[in-house]
Design a binder for this molecule. Sequence first.
Ligand SMILES: [Zn+2]
Length: 104
Amino acid sequence: MSLGIKKDDQVLVLSGKNKGDRRRVLHVIPSTKKAIVENVNFVVQHKKSRDPRNPGGRMERESPISLCKLMLICGKCGSPTRVGTKKLPDGAKVRICKKCKAEI
Ligand SMILES: [Zn+2]
């Protein structure tokens, strides 16, 4: 899971209103195993403010979605895939697509 989904990955949304959509990851929050995904899980927040110069109002923004509801899309074969890891000769780890074995 740790090497799963990263910022700027293309992912498939597996559940919720946006199920089936292919979107880009904007931000990953490792502590909660959630991610902010572009245009997914939009919520409207009503902001209250006592400051007359900044009256608040409706604010729409993405709320975090659980990483287990997302699946990485491989850039090589274009299919949703589980992420594997491969160790390079220099010891670095890379993510690979379990379907086509390409590095992601
Ligand atoms: Zn692939």
